[in-house]
Ligand binder design. Structure first.
Ligand code: ADP
Length: 337
């Protein structure tokens, strides 16, 4: 929604600017032509008064007394014209800006509608894909239990299962993105214990950490309370923890710590993984962005959507997600509440 308000304001500024350039150009031309015409008339009159009957090239500094009246009239008229034109341009600006704002809104409506349709399509498609993917996953897992399965068939099924898992996480990420993007969807907030959120996320993620022999250590928990949506915050924690595991070597440690800084509560997740280069750091919250590293590509189980979902959820909580990272040293993701 914010991007449409920004676009509307930018369009309004452009429309008004074009209108004002045209209006100022036309007013200037009109003013110069009218002044020229008046000057011509003044010279004609002056010529009639002069003895030689030849008009002077420019306005005389010391005009004869009988022409003084005419010269004063000339300046009064040109000043009056200037004031009128200023007033007209001011009105054009006010009316033009209002009309431009209205027109900008009208111009953006079809774009906004098609974007909404696109979002709805993504949400519906992801939702429809969920059931067959779950069914496929279950049947593959059951087939893999068969002890009579030969090695090559087992390998094929295991690869298929990996692909299904990756597709499932893509559809889940797309569904989350559609949900957090939906302007009509409001998260319900309540008082939460930070401890519960951290515990829930760690419980979900522990099997994954165990597979890589990664230890998750928690410190600083002290019955801290916050306002928020439990499921959404657990999702944020899981996204960050999942990345910390995915981009870390086996037998490393992930540290989760909580600290209070002024009015804010900081939840830090620190890993000893591959880190993110300075070039990639500004883009990791963009949709479908995956850092171009050969090691990241090796662990190709993501689609670059997790962090953008996490950031959206944090924004909905009036919070922030920050990152510091050093290549080959690790990353620290900080959730600021
Ligand atoms: P993905 O599903 O690809 O992990 P994300 O949106 O969660 O998508 O992350 C975007 C990119 O940020 C990742 O592809 C990865 O390059 C980088 N990244 C995120 N977390 C970490 C981390 N803890 N360590 C190293 N790189 C990370």
């Amino acid at each position: 929604m914010k991007q449409f308000i920004d676009a509307k304001i930018k369009l309004t500024i452009w429309y008004t600017m074009i209108l004002m350039i045209v209006s100022i150009f036309l007013s200037g031309t009109y003013y110069l032509r009218t002044v020229n015409m008046l000057e011509g008339q003044y010279r004609q009159i002056e010529m009639r008064f002069s003895e030689k009957g030849v008009p002077p090239k420019s306005f005389p500094k010391h005009v004869p007394r009988k022409l003084q009246l005419l010269e004063d009239d000339f300046f009064i008229i040109s000043n009056y014209l200037k004031k009128q034109l200023f007033l007209i341009n001011g009105l054009v600006f006010l009316l033009g800006a209002t009309a431009s704002y209205f027109l900008a809104g009208k111009t953006l409506i079809p774009i906004q509608e098609s974007l909404e349709k696109q979002k709805r399509f993504i949400a519906d498609a992801s939702h429809e894909l969920r059931t067959p993917l779950t069914a496929l996953k279950t049947s593959l897992e059951v087939s893999l239990l068969d002890k009579k399965l030969n090695l090559s068939a087992r390998k094929v099924l295991q690869d298929n299962l990996k692909d299904i898992n990756s597709l499932t996480s893509l559809t889940e990420n797309l569904l989350s993105l559609a949900r957090v993007d939906d302007n009509n969807f409001q998260l319900s907030f309540q008082k939460l214990e930070l401890k519960n959120i951290i515990e829930k996320a760690i419980n979900h993620i522990t099997p994954l950490a165990k597979k890589k022999n990664i230890d998750i250590k928690v410190s600083g928990l002290n019955n801290q309370l916050l306002q928020g949506n439990e499921n959404a915050l657990v999702e944020v924690m899981m996204i960050v923890l999942d990345n910390a595991i995915k981009y870390s070597s086996p037998k490393t440690i992930i540290k989760v710590s909580v600290e209070k800084k002024g009015k804010n509560l900081l939840l830090k997740i620190k890993d000893q993984g591959i880190g993110i280069s300075k070039d990639n750091l500004p883009f990791i919250f963009d949709r479908f962005y995956r850092a171009e590293s050969s090691r990241t590509k090796q662990t190709k189980t993501g689609y670059g959507l997790g962090l953008s979902v996490a950031q959206k959820i944090m924004n909905q909580h009036s919070g922030q997600i920050l990152v510091e990272s050093k290549v080959n040293r690790g990353s620290i993701f900080t959730l600021v509440f």
